[in-house]
Write a protein of this length. Structure first.
Length: 879
């Protein structure tokens, strides 16, 4: 039997907010660091402390103890306090891939201000790990991971293995098999400590390939064990052959590599996500706890990633200053909501109340700088009068509906009470495209309102305007660019085009070029129209609702033993067509579901008492758009339940596909039988798809990350809208604290869409429709001015839509424009290119925005080979 080296890692796991609020936990954090500094000052045997891989804790501490920075920095520079690589330990599945990159990007920069960055991919308590994490870590020069969940020991598995991303990036991974508190507190008595140490060795030696073992001395919110350094010294003197050392995670990783190389051990290679859920280990119910948080996060991420940063970048390309400080502030504020106890919705009510204003503030900052950037850009477009500039943040040309507010002055500016000038009063307006052709629109409303006008040199003034709310189809808006429409006063010409209404096939139907939709027996019938009638495909019983009991907690869904399933099929809904125009048509379906009011007192069943829960769905089709867009409003008056919307796909398949972070994940329907208790539902970003290769159904969501494909004949897709529970934890995953606000009573709105298609998800390019649904075209009104920009323009183009742009931003440490793309497909794309208008040169960067290579560059375009599932970051010189 070999001699073992046991690495004792003194650490804490710092949940910033959880069963206490942030401020209460920060008080404990200040105590922890104060006491840690005292230990380091006085005890040379206490050598190292791991600050949980985070840097946000330094900011939190120094806001209270700014005078301690020099003392704290001393020990970080000496390598005795280890920090980074993260800003905070975000949940990986519930945030965008870009958000995970930003946590590492910010974490590295903060850590470098204090000293060295800990180059360990530390993932102690994330509820599973995404497939592209090895590639992301490699992008920051990290070749390893020490983690806690998602990979479970069974059969002959060991703690150490090779973890591979779908692009082929590999790192060495080490599972904390006995958790990150397997040596939480060493006994002070030397003999007891020796026996304690040998017991830990005996428990781990059979599950390791190496003679290097990890003993994690700490756990959630615990301070450093003051005497552990002295205990380690005394125990080391007693051990024969084995070694016990006060160590660091980087030292453990280096020793582990050397041991594995020496032994020639053959390690398992695990490809893709780590999400093994045997025994409900990954707490999958957090995908749907407090769904309003997931929706707010999606809105906030989109505001930053798709609008504020790209718009600010394009304005920067044209000469404007880039608002880096404000955008970084907004990102950090957003990331405060991303730790698993926060975004997962598994904390006390007070924690989640405090998250909402953070999301709101992120959106406020993003909106302000989007508006400023759009004003800067549109002021450089040569226009002849009032105009509407429609901005497309996505990197492919698109045709979609635009909803715009157009203000036409009806008087003059006034300091006090403005007046209406009859000569300037406009009753209606006309819209013209850049070719001079009048285009049809739907008038939603027209009214006269007072509008406040501000500037930095005068007090606010008021003016009356005629405000027109309109919808129209913007055709072929360029990639990462805009198209300009002219506004003129006057009655529009006869609106061309038939209304999207009934036809010869079905009664009470609406249709466009792609789909025909009708409602029967409370459910939606959708027909995808082919080139001829024989090619049409019908999907029935769509958009019905299923409600089941939930007596679980914020971590896990659990049905009562005597469960009652309620559906909307027999709810006798009221159906009406509420909108018919040449632009779009909308069904309104009003349903009232009678749901059990709550669980019984012993949680064994659902109550006999019922409450009425109104549900209203608006089903919309739009000319030129192959999606069916749905907005559902739920007035939840029931407790202890889970509400889903169902879509029978009619597809014969044993797998589903879902958008992940820089990836599309194929998963089996259901879970392995030997997993025991496990959750058959899965995470997604903006879409999931079921397909047999010939046809398929894509279900698009906006901020609803949980889905399940039922193993029924129709392969029904269930999209979770609400999961309502009353307790933080009832199964030992956290404290058993009542959380009445997790019942999510009140009114909630959900947006999702259906995209029936030919072929598989790749053939149909389903991500395009998903992203177009979630990232609407952005209209911005401007007036007449000279400028060098044309009426139609593209700032960035890619050679194909399979290369998806995930970030456009100014580099953190230089004037380069950073453009990040990823290949969303499992095939290599050769001879691809990314073109940035006006760029002078380009370089290949890693995710930390460091130059790692040259690219062929000509006429503003960088030529690249995009490997399957590859994330590629380019830096363009634009000034």
């Amino acid at each position: 039997m070999p001699d073992y080296t046991m690495h004792v890692i003194s650490h804490t796991h710092w949940d910033r907010e959880w069963y206490y609020s942030f401020q209460r936990f920060r008080i404990r954090l200040v105590d922890l660091i104060d006491h840690l500094l005292d230990i380091l000052d006085t005890d040379p045997d206490f050598k190292y402390f791991n600050m949980d891989g985070q840097t946000i804790v330094l900011e939190d501490y120094l806001k209270i103890r700014p005078h301690q920075r020099e003392r704290l920095e001393k020990y970080i520079r000496e390598g005795r306090i280890l920090i980074g690589p993260w800003y905070q330990l975000n949940d990986e599945f519930l945030v965008s891939g870009e958000s995970t990159i930003r946590s590492l990007l910010v974490g590295h920069r903060i850590a470098r201000e204090f000293g060295p960055v800990m180059k360990v991919g530390y993932l102690p308590d994330q509820f599973g790990n995404i497939s592209q994490m090895p590639q992301i870590f490699r992008g920051f020069g990290i070749d390893n991971s020490v983690f806690g969940r998602g990979y479970q020991l069974a059969d002959d598995r060991k703690m150490e293995f090779i973890w591979q991303s779908p692009d082929g990036s590999e790192i060495l991974a080490s599972l904390m098999a006995h958790w990150y508190n397997n040596a939480q507190h060493f006994p002070s008595d030397t003999e007891e400590a020796v026996n304690y140490t040998l017991g830990k060795k005996n428990a781990m030696q059979g599950i390791s390939h190496a003679d290097q073992l990890l003993l994690m001395n700490g756990v959630d919110h615990l301070e450093a064990q003051p005497d552990v350094g002295q205990i380690i010294r005394r125990v080391s003197e007693k051990l024969e052959g084995d070694k016990l050392v006060h160590s660091t995670l980087p030292a453990y990783i280096e020793a582990l590599k050397a041991s594995l190389e020496k032994s020639g051990a053959k390690l398992e290679t695990k490809i893709g996500e780590l999400r093994e859920d045997r025994g409900n280990n990954i707490l999958a119910g957090t995908l749907s706890s407090r769904m309003y948080l997931k929706q707010a996060n999606e809105k906030s991420q989109t505001a930053l990633e798709k609008y504020a940063e790209p718009a600010a970048s394009f304005a920067y390309m044209l000469g404007a200053d880039y608002p880096a400080d404000f955008l970084n502030y907004a990102w950090k504020l957003l990331m405060e909501n991303h730790p698993h106890d926060s975004i997962c919705g598994c904390s006390i009510d007070q924690v989640h109340r405090e998250m909402v204003p953070r999301f709101q503030q992120v959106q406020q900052v993003a909106t302000e700088f989007t508006d400023r950037a759009m004003a800067s850009i549109t002021n450089q477009i040569k226009t002849e009068g009032e105009s509407l500039v429609v901005f497309n943040p996505l990197n492919w040309p698109r045709t979609d509906k635009v909803r715009a507010t157009i203000d036409i002055p009806a008087g003059d500016l006034a300091r006090d009470v403005p007046k209406i000038d009859p000569a300037r009063y406009v009753d209606r307006i006309k819209l013209f495209n850049d070719a001079g052709d009048e285009i049809p629109y739907a008038l939603i409303s027209a009214k006269t309102v007072g509008k406040q006008i501000t500037n930095p040199h005068e007090l606010p003034m008021m003016i009356y305007v005629r405000r027109f709310e309109v919808e129209f189809i913007a055709e072929d808006v360029p990639s990462c660019g805009y198209r300009t429409y002219k506004i003129e006063p006057g009655k529009p010409s006869q609106q061309s085009g038939d209304s999207l209404t009934s036809d010869a096939y079905w009664d009470n139907a609406i249709s466009n070029e792609f789909v025909r939709v009708s409602v029967a027996a409370g459910s939606l019938i959708m027909e995808r129209l082919g080139k001829d009638q024989g090619a049409a495909q019908i999907y029935g019983s769509l958009n019905t609702f299923e409600d089941v009991g939930d007596v679980g907690d914020e971590y896990n869904h659990r049905k009562p033993v005597d469960n009652l399933i309620v559906t909307s099929i027999d709810a006798n809904p009221q159906v009406s067509i509420v909108d018919r125009s040449p632009i779009s048509a909308t069904f309104k379906i009003d349903t009232v579901m009678k749901l059990p009011a709550s669980a019984t007192s012993d949680n064994s069943a659902r109550s006999q008492e019922t409450v009425d829960c109104p549900i209203t769905s608006y089903i919309t089709i739009t000319r030129g758009v192959p999606r069916v867009d749905i907005r559902t409003v739920v007035d939840n008056r029931a407790k202890d339940h889970r509400l889903r919307v169902l879509f029978p796909s009619g597809v014969s398949t044993d797998v589903s596909y879902a958008e992940g972070q820089f990836d599309v994940i194929e998963r089996s329907i259901g879970v392995p039988a030997d997993w025991g208790p496990a959750s058959p539902f899965y995470p997604q970003q903006s879409w999931m798809d079921v397909t047999d290769g010939d046809r398929g159904l894509c279900v698009i969501n906006k901020g609803m990350p949980e889905f399940e494909v039922y193993p029924d004949e129709g392969r029904t897709v269930g999209l979770t809208l609400l999961r309502c529970v009353t307790r933080l934890s009832g199964g030992g995953d956290g404290p058993s604290i009542e959380t009445p606000e997790a019942e999510c009573l009140g009114e909630y709105t959900f947006e999702y869409a259906l995209y029936p298609h030919e072929g598989d998800w790749q053939d149909a390019q389903v991500w395009k429709q998903a992203h177009q649904h979630n990232v609407p075209l952005l209209p911005f009104q401007t007036n007449a001015h000279d400028g060098d920009l044309p009426l139609v323009y593209s700032f960035i183009e890619t050679s194909c839509a399979e290369l998806v742009v995930s970030a456009v931003k100014k580099a953190e440490d230089s004037g380069m424009l950073v453009v990040r793309i990823y290949n969303t497909t499992p095939e290599d794309i050769k001879d691809a290119w990314v073109k940035v208008r006006g760029a002078k040169s380009a370089k290949l960067l890693n995710l930390n925005e460091e130059t790692i290579g040259e690219v062929t560059f000509k006429d503003g375009a960088a030529s690249i080979d995009a490997g399957a599932k590859k994330i590629i970051t380019l830096g363009f010189e634009v000034k």
